[in-house]
Design a protein around this ligand. Structure first.
Ligand SMILES: [Fe+2]
Ligand SMILES: [Fe+2]
Length: 168
């Protein structure tokens, strides 16, 4: 699947969102998560282009409906439909995209490698908008793990430590 085409078409959808807060969030978050997912996929030896597709499409259903209600399940279906309409016929690709988007909010669980890439990428971007004290324990644990994996020693979410605190 041509990533540039997916980005162009999703950006066209996001550009039509009337509410400026939703519109800006849709574009910036989708691009950020796509880039972060590609980076994490490379680090983990996975398909970076596929990870970027998952990132670009993961909240499409939320942005089309302007609601996060059930957006992971709806988004998984929507992303598959979107990719099929663009001609994607590889069922293994569609299956990986569906699974990653379906599970992207299940931060307390460990799922498949591509599912985990999308969860981590989404969290990395979301966490930037929230005060560290507003993060849930499973989010801090996940962030600590990713920072450690990337060799980032100063973790802004874990009281200056890259390892998971004992209390979590
Ligand atoms: Fe989401
Ligand atoms: Fe998201």
């Amino acid at each position: 699947m041509d990533r540039d085409r997916v980005v162009r078409l999703t950006d066209e959808i996001y550009d039509r969102i009337e509410d400026p807060a939703w519109r800006i969030r849709a574009i910036s978050h989708s691009h950020a998560v796509a880039s972060l997912a590609a980076l994490l996929a490379r680090v983990r030896g996975l398909d970076a282009e596929l990870a970027a597709l998952c990132g670009q499409l993961h909240d499409l259903a939320a942005y089309e409906r302007l609601s996060y209600d059930n957006h992971a399940a709806l988004g998984a279906e929507r992303a598959v439909q979107f990719l099929r309409e663009l001609g994607e016929q590889d069922e293994s690709v569609l299956c990986l995209v569906h699974s990653a988007i379906l599970r992207h909010d299940d931060l307390g669980k460990t799922d498949g490698p591509m599912d985990e890439v999308l969860k981590d990428a989404d969290l990395l971007d979301n966490a930037q908008l929230r005060a560290p004290e507003k993060l849930r324990p499973e989010e801090i644990k996940r962030l600590c793990r990713v920072f450690e994996e990337l060799g980032i020693r100063q973790n802004p979410y874990g009281a200056g430590q890259a390892t998971v605190p004992n209390s979590i």
